[in-house]
Design a protein around this ligand. Structure first.
Ligand SMILES: Nc1ncnc2c1ncn2[C@@H]1O[C@H](COP(=O)(O)OP(=O)(O)OP(=O)(O)O)[C@@H](O)[C@H]1O
Ligand SMILES: [Mg+2]
Length: 263
């Protein structure tokens, strides 16, 4: 069931220097799809996610989230963005203290939070560790876990698995896919990892400030060096034979493989 959509019309964004980092973007984002956002360093992925989360406002055009009756929704409230750099969201806190504060503020029930953290595979001792005493990867895992637990209509993950080992990347994805099987929510993630394109339904790629929505097969025909660098012969072969059910199969495999798996 379609519960909302995000509409971008001729959107542009310029910072104070006046140059448009993002321009001429017209897109529709739906909860049904999982979107992978790709583009070179500095191309505007983080900026785009901040627009979705209502942290930045477009300097041209419009962006709005509409419910099924076409009533505008407050994107700052409905869209959640997990930051690329965990240091922005955490200082000397522990996960337990931060979760209690956040969930109390939102009036959410705390009851099942600890069980869900265990489902994610977070060992209990990490819940009480001061975050600034942890390795970068662990800070990212714990900061990310908080966003995975919070309810939202759209979850934007800015390079969620950068700095995570492959097992932890799998656990994060597995948890998300199991959550998504229980409750519909939109998901957009940015990544530089080619293999993560395979768990997405659609690809959003940024080319010179413009964002285009493409299918996996379309990637093969794109004349863009960043995309080409992702296309190893093995990747190209998978994409050439792409079928939409492959993403679903892979997500099912990952969610099964990581269920009940403890770190
Ligand atoms: N506050 C700001 N003021 C001026 N320019 C900015 C600001 N924030 C970002 N930019 C510029 O906007 C462009 C896009 O940056 P952004 O962080 O969105 O890229 P990105 O695709 O997320 O890159 P990466 O893959 O390295 O994370 C860059 O040229 C960056 O320098
Ligand atoms: Mg970024």
């Amino acid at each position: 069931m379609r519960t909302w959509r995000i509409l971008l019309k001729n959107l542009g964004l310029a910072f104070t220097d006046g140059l448009e980092v993002l321009r001429d973007i017209s897109l529709e984002i739906l909860p049904d799809n999982i979107y992978a956002l790709v583009g070179p360093n500095g191309s505007g992925k983080t900026t785009f996610m901040k627009l979705l989360a209502g942290i930045l406002k477009p300097t041209r055009g419009s962006i709005e989230m509409l419910d099924e009756d076409e009533i505008p929704l407050n994107m700052r409230r409905e869209v959640l963005l997990s930051f690329q750099n965990p240091d922005i969201s955490f200082s000397h806190l522990t996960l337990r203290r931060d979760l209690m504060e956040v969930f109390n503020l939102r009036g959410e029930r705390l009851e099942d939070i600890w069980a869900r953290l265990a489902d994610l595979g977070i060992p209990p001792e990490y819940v009480d560790r001061e975050l600034d005493t942890l390795s970068y990867g662990w800070r990212k895992i714990l900061s990310l876990s908080e966003y995975l637990l919070l309810p939202s209509k759209l979850l934007c993950l800015d390079e969620p698995t950068a700095n995570l080992d492959l097992l932890w990347s799998m656990r994060i994805w597995g948890f998300l896919f199991r959550e998504r099987a229980k409750r519909v929510f939109g998901l957009i993630f940015s990544t530089h990892r080619p293999e993560e394109l395979l768990i997405a339904d659609r690809i959003l790629y940024i080319d010179r400030g413009r964002i285009k929505e493409v299918s996996h097969r379309d990637l093969l025909a794109i004349n863009n060096d960043y995309i080409k660098a992702m296309l190893t012969p093995q990747m190209a072969n998978i994409l050439a034979n792409w079928d939409t059910s492959l993403a679903e199969e892979l997500r099912y495999f990952i969610s099964e493989a990581t269920e009940g798996d403890k770190a």
